[in-house]
Design a protein around this ligand. Structure first.
Ligand SMILES: O=C(CO)[C@H](O)[C@H](O)COP(=O)(O)O
Ligand SMILES: [Fe+2]
Length: 218
């Protein structure tokens, strides 16, 4: 059974605390928080202050996806704000290994995210040191985009490699996940599914059935 991590990018930003409590009550496993800087990606979202303000609203893991560069400047702030997983892109700093070490030193789970055109090879010398690989199935920056099916091969390759090396690393897939694409990502080896628009569509009464549909038990 996959874990479901709703992306609050599709929540009502005027009532984020309420939205986090609603997805928690609706059965979300994690809370996915997309942090964008208008530089690494062409959009701006939220910073560590908002993560800190949301922390009391749920005890579920906060899965913080950093789409900011240079990323190293903000690792401590997101750790202090209450992130559980901190995920970075290899292109967001000069020394990926050092960044991962810093996240671990802060006592947090470390993730590395691969953009659609970024090869799985980027994981070669960090896979043993991380807790999560986040495979982007859209180009980062916006919710509501179409799933890029070429990423299924990457999900499969990364999942197989993790199994072969017997590593304790989760495979998370992010972008364009809905009731139709979720089974494809799961079949390819995804452990965690991020879903923004497919979770929040229809309003609060629909969050629980939407999450069940993503799990395949609607
Ligand atoms: O990282 C992201 C975008 O950069 C989001 O997590 C992702 O797009 C989720 O939105 P949706 O499920 O609507 O595609
Ligand atoms: Fe994300």
């Amino acid at each position: 059974m996959p874990l479901i991590a709703p992306s609050i990018l599709s929540a009502d930003f005027a009532k984020l605390g309420e939205e986090v409590r609603a997805i928690d009550a609706a059965g979300a496993d994690w809370v996915h928080i997309d942090v964008m800087d208008g530089h690494f990606v062409p959009n701006l979202t939220i910073g560590p202050g908002v993560v800190k303000a949301l922390r009391p609203h749920s005890a579920k893991p906060f899965d913080v996806h950093l789409m900011i560069s240079p990323v190293d400047l903000f690792l401590d702030a997101f750790a202090e704000a209450g992130a559980d997983y901190i995920t970075v892109h290899p292109e967001a700093g000069p020394h990926l290994h050092r960044t991962v070490q810093r996240v671990k030193a802060l006592g947090k789970k470390a993730g590395v995210s691969l953009n659609p055109a970024t090869p799985a090879k980027m994981l070669d010398y960090v896979l043993e040191d991380i807790d999560l690989v986040l495979i982007m199935s859209v180009n980062p920056g916006f919710g509501g985009q179409k799933f890029i099916s070429s990423q299924l091969r990457k999900i499969e390759a990364v999942a197989n490699r993790i199994a072969k090396q017997n590593l304790d690393v989760l495979v998370e897939v992010d972008g364009g996940i809905d009731a139709e694409t979720a089974p494809l990502a799961i079949a390819a080896g995804a452990d965690v599914l991020v879903a923004g628009s497919a979770t929040f569509r229809g309003g609060p009464d629909h969050y629980a059935p939407n999450i069940r549909a993503l799990r395949g038990d609607a």
